[in-house]
Design a binder for this molecule. Structure first.
Ligand SMILES: [Mg+2]
Length: 416
């Protein structure tokens, strides 16, 4: 059968760029038999580059293709470009791939997780982001998260002497929950923050001491170092935090230096997670092959979609590593849904990051996933289970926004 005869021939593909509280790039693919699929292509702070990559370079290649040929399309876009990898390319391919899986599952009349092998668990353990400018505020935030049903908590705090720190909300939301942390600001130039690693290393063990004292030994606690330490600093921190039994220490050092994790691993039994800025399985070959990490942090949205993420997670399973799929609010509800279908289906699930989207975002993206008693579930609707409301999307036009730039106290640019 030629592509022109298949009922699942792609007849249109278009991007929707919308900013319901923050910017999102979504690809919608439509087949000749009227089935639509969605894919998330959001790259925080570089959204229009992915939009252009899709509109100018991928959409023309998709028209007329058989939507059912997912693996072939992935290889065609990845190998066919000659230029490989990189966040813009891989986010664009991810959007196409995810949209094609959405279509295939809708055609099958099944939620996507069924096509990935069916459920391996009843739900995906989620962790929320608690933060406070100081320890009392942090403890309040953890209480609010527990009251909201979270069973695992990421802990971030302000550092004495620093004005603003990654992961710490500027003010509490009305109900006392601190879901309002949004690092990308709608400014013409990136906001600049300052950083002092030695002050951070001195302060953090006291923070975890206070949290364990208040909440006891059972609650899973996570922490994100946001790529700011040298390997020996990270080794020192991992060792200092061992008495507090972290679920993981995330992004201790800049991720592209895979060998740096060897030194950290030699010195601490604190579990390590990394990978949210990676975009292929090749970024993990040393990390997994030498068993230097415990959790894979990639996002479906930035790693080539469901096809590539499944392969990466299967590779991780061979080396005893589990998933910890990236899920901040710059992953759209489409990207989050894709993650949840994988979380439910794979065997080596670890934990799922979860920040509730802004109510404006949920007006644009109608979701069917649920959060109940600490567990996320993708729902039973055919496909991903997310629909995009074009009229709502049009009410929130794109606004330029950037993640902050970070400088040491002497002005040197540092990892943010
Ligand atoms: Mg992180």
């Amino acid at each position: 059968m030629s592509p022109n005869e298949t009922p699942h021939r792609i007849i249109s593909a278009e991007t929707v760029v919308t900013s319901p509280g923050r910017n999102f790039v979504t690809l919608r693919i439509t087949t000749a038999d009227g089935v639509t699929g969605l894919g998330d292509a959001t790259l925080n702070g570089r959204e229009l580059a992915v939009d252009s990559y899709l509109r100018d370079h991928l959409v023309p290649l998709l028209i007329g293709r058989d939507a059912s040929r997912i693996e072939d399309t992935w290889q065609y876009l990845y190998r066919g470009a000659y230029w490989r990898r990189g966040p813009v390319t891989m986010a664009a391919i991810a959007a196409v791939d995810t949209a094609l899986w959405d279509i295939k599952a809708k055609v099958a009349g099944m939620p996507l997780y069924q096509l990935l092998g069916g459920a391996s668990r009843t739900g995906a353990l989620a962790y929320g982001h608690a933060s406070g400018r100081d320890i009392p505020e942090l403890l309040d935030s953890i209480r609010a998260h527990l009251a909201a049903g979270y069973r695992a908590i990421r802990v971030q705090t302000g550092i004495p002497g620093l004005d603003s720190v990654y992961g710490v909300a500027a003010s509490a939301a009305g109900d006392g929950e601190r879901y309002d942390y949004e690092p990308a600001r709608r400014t013409a130039l990136p906001v600049e923050e300052s950083w002092d690693t030695r002050a951070y290393l001195r302060h953090l063990p006291n923070v975890f001491e206070a949290v364990r004292h208040e909440f006891g030994p059972e609650l899973p606690l996570l922490h994100d170092g946001h790529h700011r330490m040298t390997p020996i600093q990270a080794a020192k921190l991992g060792k200092a935090l061992e008495p507090y039994d972290l679920f993981w220490l995330e992004d201790a050092t800049p991720g592209e230096d895979q060998a740096a994790l060897r030194l950290i691993r030699q010195h601490t039994t604190t579990p390590l997670a990394i990978g949210e800025v990676f975009n292929t399985a090749h970024d993990y070959t040393t990390l997994l092959g030498e068993r230097l990490i415990d959790y894979v942090r990639s996002a479906v949205t930035h790693t080539g979609g469901v096809t590539a993420m499944k392969k990466l997670l299967d590779l991780a399973a061979l080396y005893g590593a589990k998933s910890g799929i990236h899920g901040p609010t710059d992953i759209s509800p489409v990207g989050m849904a894709a993650a949840l279908h994988l979380d439910l289906a794979i065997h080596n699930f670890g934990i799922q990051e979860y920040m509730r989207h802004d109510p404006r975002t949920l007006e644009v993206f109608r979701t069917s996933y649920t959060f109940d008693d600490g567990l996320l579930h993708p729902g039973e609707n055919p496909g991903l289970g997310v629909e995009l409301d074009d009229e709502a999307a049009a009410r929130f036009p794109y606004e330029p926004a950037y993640l902050p730039v970070n400088r040491l106290l002497d002005g040197t640019v540092h990892d943010w």
